[in-house]
Ligand binder design. Sequence first.
Ligand code: ZN
Length: 113
Amino acid sequence: MHEMGICDGILKSALEAAEAEGATRINHIDVTFGELTQIVEDALQFAFEVQRADTIAAEATLGITILEGRSRCMDCSAEFKHDRYEVKCPECGSYLCSLIQGRELRIDSIDVD
Ligand SMILES: [Zn+2]
């Protein structure tokens, strides 16, 4: 379950940002990740609930946005979505594709008091 390590990173960044702002409490954290990171949403929520304890984010909620995997075909320029197992152009069958989105992992916003 690599979500524990990922969540640790998110929480650390959020706590650092909140501290830099002089915040006393984190209310909400919004994150976005791509499907191809293999993060499981429920596991990330669970990791967050465990790790937020005893921090200023103890009452915080986590908002998650998931981006599907998308690539562009280098042969015919078609854009298409795909899972992590096969990246193949549905228009022309080419495997020469360049990833547009799906590997993101970022904090979008942090709501603090
Ligand atoms: Zn194509």
